[in-house]
Design a protein around this ligand. Structure first.
Ligand code: AHR
Length: 514
């Protein structure tokens, strides 16, 4: 009887071994370190939209939280921790209706306007140029300002740049000094319009290219403040826009933008809920997210034709998941919750950007607080860090590190007849010689075993972090702020010269090789 049972067990073991998938072989090439992953890939976006600026960064005097002026310092601390490198402002669509002179001088005297893009609410202009730049100084990040092409003038934009960046005496720089700022800020990143094909003026590519050159010409370089001019680029797969801009104005810009949002259902009219979705909708979301790989590849190929030395940056200054708003909230405020699915979108997109760092040198997630794929949600005095925030925390090790090429064939994740690559990876080596690998497993049902060969990399041990949760729909709430959180990862080890690991289902993992 005993012999029969052990025979059965052996047979079962053989069946198991035959059915088990061999580990995925990954080649991480430590001998090729030509490209730097710009820290500006990890940028963020703060528009005058819903509760991002007002009741987000900028709160009422009476709110009982630590503040500098009316800037929330708990938020500043959280953003410092993830080393936010740049912050884009004031929009978005809002930028092309924003007149900077309305947002300077004594606050009580600033004009009011209607925010026609976002909910038709009244904007009191209490958060303007000085307040934004103070916020950037507190966070320790570069400002990235989008100027108004759609409804502004060349003169208005030119004077804004002079106000910000000139150290010479003029009526406009005297005004800056009267308003409390003696020295210029020397703002570097300058957007010439936003979505000029849509809310920024509904222009054709040809027309905008000419307008771009006119506005960009008079947005001057001042002493010690060369301007990095960024042209408004394509809506997702509009390759003609990139072609036209590169052909007509490619030699007059530092960067060209690309906007692409991940819609769970793929439809703008019914995007899908942030918190309630089935596996089929999750699959479609991730398929739409992975489209970023094709987008950056094809836009880069066009740019390569006009700029083979890759001088012009592809600036993906709006990306992220865009769902239906939370039930009961103002539809114009774009407030959505943030689940483990959002973390997988963030990790996957950042891996794509890292792997295209030769061309993608700046990017901005939309948007920092209380809007779209937010890092932070607030409710009165409370704030919570979303799963997406944790991904930025895990990936910050790649900032300004040298990209390491990763080669492998991903196992597939299949739903019905449709398949997508289950695993995505990027890697880098920092200035201290530490190698970091970030991995995402999109498969919600299966772990994947990986085996790395690492030519050119000297390492003795590995440690790591993991972000996952029981359900893809899991979120952090004001009642339970810590449900989706970073934990220590013990699933990786050294085996001879190789690194082996089991990548858990629906997870983001960050490894450090020492
Ligand atoms: O991020 C929200 C909006 O999406 C921005 O204002 C606009 O540029 C884009 O269409």
């Amino acid at each position: 009887m005993k012999r029969k049972v052990s025979g059965l067990l052996t047979a079962l073991a053989v069946v198991f071994v035959l059915n088990a998938q061999p580990p995925v072989q990954v080649l991480l090439d430590g001998t090729s370190t030509n490209t730097v992953i710009s820290r500006h890939i990890y940028g963020h976006f703060s528009e005058h939209l819903g509760r991002c600026i007002y009741d987000g960064f900028w709160v009422s005097d009476s709110l009982g939280v630590p503040k500098k002026d009316r800037i929330r310092l708990d938020i500043v601390e959280a953003l410092k921790k993830i080393k936010v490198p740049n912050l884009r402002w004031p929009g978005g669509c809002f930028a092309d209706e924003y007149h900077w002179r309305d947002g300077i001088g004594p606050r009580g005297k600033r004009p009011y306007m209607v925010n026609t893009n976002w909910g038709g609410v009244s904007e009191d202009n209490s958060f303007g140029t000085h307040e934004f730049l103070e916020l950037c100084e507190l966070i320790g990040c570069e400002p990235y300002i989008a100027g108004n092409v759609g409804s502004g003038t060349v003169e208005e934009m030119a004077k804004w740049v002079e106000y910000l960046n000139s150290d010479a005496k003029s009526t406009i720089t005297d005004l800056r000094k009267e308003n409390g700022r003696e020295t210029p800020w020397r703002v570097k990143y300058w957007g010439v319009g936003n979505e000029s094909w849509g809310c920024g003026g509904n222009m054709t590519a040809d027309y905008y290219a000419d307008e771009y050159k006119r506005y960009a010409t008079y947005a001057r370089n001042y002493r010690g403040a060369p301007l990095y001019r960024i042209a408004s680029g394509a809506n997702s797969a509009d390759y003609n826009w990139t072609e036209t801009l590169m052909k007509k104005a490619g030699n007059q810009m530092w960067g060209l933008t690309l906007h692409h949002y991940t819609l769970p259902t793929g439809s703008w009219s019914k995007k899908g809920s942030a918190t309630s979705f089935d596996e089929k909708e999750y699959f479609t979301t991730m398929k739409n997210c992975l489209f970023m790989e094709e987008l950056v590849t094809r836009h880069s190929t066009i740019m390569d034709r006009y700029d083979p030395n890759k001088r012009v940056a592809l600036v993906v200054d709006e990306w992220g998941i865009w769902t239906d708003v939370e039930p009961g909230t103002n539809p114009g405020f774009l407030y959505q919750q943030n689940s483990l699915r959002d973390a997988l979108v963030a990790g996957t997109t950042l891996n794509i950007f890292n792997n295209h760092a030769d061309r993608v040198r700046m990017a901005n997630l939309a948007q920092t607080i209380n809007v779209l794929q937010a890092l932070i949600l607030t409710k009165d005095r409370q704030m919570l860090l979303t799963p997406t925030y944790h991904v930025f925390d895990m990936f910050k090790v790649h900032m300004d590190a040298r990209q390491l090429p990763v080669k492998f064939t991903s196992p597939l994740y299949q739903v019905g007849d449709n398949k997508i690559p289950a695993v995505n990876i990027s890697a880098s080596k920092d200035s201290a010689g530490l190698v970091h690998i970030t991995l995402v497993n999109l498969d919600p049902n299966k772990k994947h075993s990986l085996r790395f060969t690492l030519p050119g990399i000297k390492w003795a041990g590995v440690s790591g972090d993991v972000l996952t949760s029981a359900q893809l729909t899991d979120i952090n709430t004001f009642e339970n702020t810590n449900k989706v959180r970073i934990e220590k990862f013990a699933g990786a080890r050294r085996l001879g010269e190789e690194l082996v690991l089991d990548l858990p289902a629906k997870s983001v993992v960050a490894l450090e090789l020492r």
